[in-house]
Write a protein that binds this ligand. Structure first.
Ligand SMILES: Nc1ncnc2c1ncn2[C@@H]1O[C@H](COP(=O)(O)OP(=O)(O)OP(=O)(O)O)[C@@H](O)[C@H]1O
Length: 356
């Protein structure tokens, strides 16, 4: 396994700047995810790491080796694509063995390696099945086995679960994570699915329009978003535009034109954000930040709409012309109704301040 360093890389296709001044350090053995909406530059970045595209500018290193313009087959990478790209009329074992045959291993070694990796992906008895006799989830495992059998330094996965139904996606996501941690292979995963990214990754890079919006652990990205894009792309949030009324000690007071006043803590300012009284800033409050009854930032409001999801109750509130969504875990049988008045509060430490 190797570390990956991307140093000031950009990629242009004609006039389109797909990836812009990218700086990135992926540690050896890390599970690292590129996350963002369609067209944000994730696949282009992955393809530059694989060697299918060369950067227009900048360098790519595997450990200390400059691989910027090295051919793909010289990089010792394993890849799994969205469509698996398997050979349908060949057997499971023939598909898995493909990379080993090219590398001219002897028959005995090939059999040993294929048997081992087939066991690892839980396809033990299916070695002589044809690919077109397998389910989608099984095909996905063959693709993974084929990528892993060559003992790659780096495993690249491009939306590998997108052809599976919801339940199988979840099962396979756990499988991939298990196999990755067993082997300890440096893994780069591309997805637009934030749940997948959060559940699997050591760290995530969130991208938009070819630009990095934030790099961090799932917890950092979720609880300490640097900007509105990250706050709204990952999970749900109530995003309010407010003015700084005062900063006293560790307490920031903000208000909006509708007379809504909230108090939060300076420790929850986005990284590098400097504020002064009178500045306009964005306030991010996750629905689960609300708690029942009075406390910091007490809100007494009529419930406009209720959603009961089983685990939680979602209350849509209108408070001084501002609509808020609050999510409370439903421990009690009796829940309130639309039109009822509810009292909730937002602990100060659950309010985040963003500058952009
Ligand atoms: N070969 C190419 N020629 C021209 N433009 C390209 C090429 N590949 C990608 N682009 C453009 O670069 C931008 C980033 O594309 P990329 O495929 O990296 O995005 P993505 O985040 O992986 O999206 P998706 O999730 O839809 O695959 C897009 O605007 C895309 O149209």
């Amino acid at each position: 396994m190797k570390a990956v360093r991307i140093n000031d890389v950009s990629k242009k296709f004609g006039d389109v700047l797909s990836v812009h001044d990218l700086e990135l350090d992926i540690k050896s053995g890390e599970f690292f995810t590129f996350l963002g909406p369609s067209g944000c530059g994730k696949t282009t970045t992955l393809r530059m790491i694989a060697g299918f595209y060369y950067p227009s500018k900048g360098k790519i290193y595997f450990d200390n080796q400059d691989v910027t313009t090295l051919q793909p087959n010289k990089r010792n990478i394993g890849m799994v694509f969205q469509n698996y790209a398997l050979f349908p009329h060949m057997t499971v074992d023939e598909n898995i063995a493909f990379g080993l045959e090219i590398r001219k291993y002897d028959k005995k070694t090939i059999k040993e390696k294929v048997d081992r990796i087939r066991g690892l992906v839980h396809l033990g008895p299916l070695g002589s099945r044809k690919i077109n006799e397998l389910s989608g989830g099984q095909q996905q495992r063959v693709a993974l086995a084929r990528a892993l059998v060559i003992e790659p330094d780096i495993l690249l996965l491009d939306e590998p679960l997108s052809n599976l139904d919801a339940k199988l996606r979840e099962e396979t996501r756990i499988e991939i994570k298990r196999i990755q941690s067993e082997l300890g292979v440096t893994t780069i995963y591309v997805t637009h699915d934030q749940t997948e990214a959060m559940a699997m990754s050591d760290r995530i890079m969130v991208m938009e329009n070819g630009i990095v919006k934030q790099i961090g652990t799932p917890q950092e990205i979720y609880h300490r978003p640097n900007n509105r894009f990250v706050a709204t792309f990952i999970g749900e949030t109530n995003l309010l535009t407010m003015k700084v009324k005062s900063i006293e000690g560790d307490t920031i007071t903000v208000e909006n034109d509708a007379g809504l006043t909230l108090q939060g803590l300076t420790e929850n300012l986005a990284a590098g954000l400097q504020i002064n009284t009178g500045d306009e800033i964005y306030v991010s409050i996750r629905p689960e930040a609300f708690e029942s009854g009075p406390g910091d930032n007490t809100i007494t409001s009529i419930i406009e709409l209720i959603e009961f999801t089983g685990v939680s109750v979602n209350y849509f509130l209108r408070w001084n012309d501002t609509t808020l969504k609050a999510m409370i875990i439903s421990r009690e049988r009796a829940i309130m109704q639309a039109g009822d008045t509810i009292e909730l509060h937002i602990p100060k430490q659950n309010i985040y301040f963003l500058g952009e």
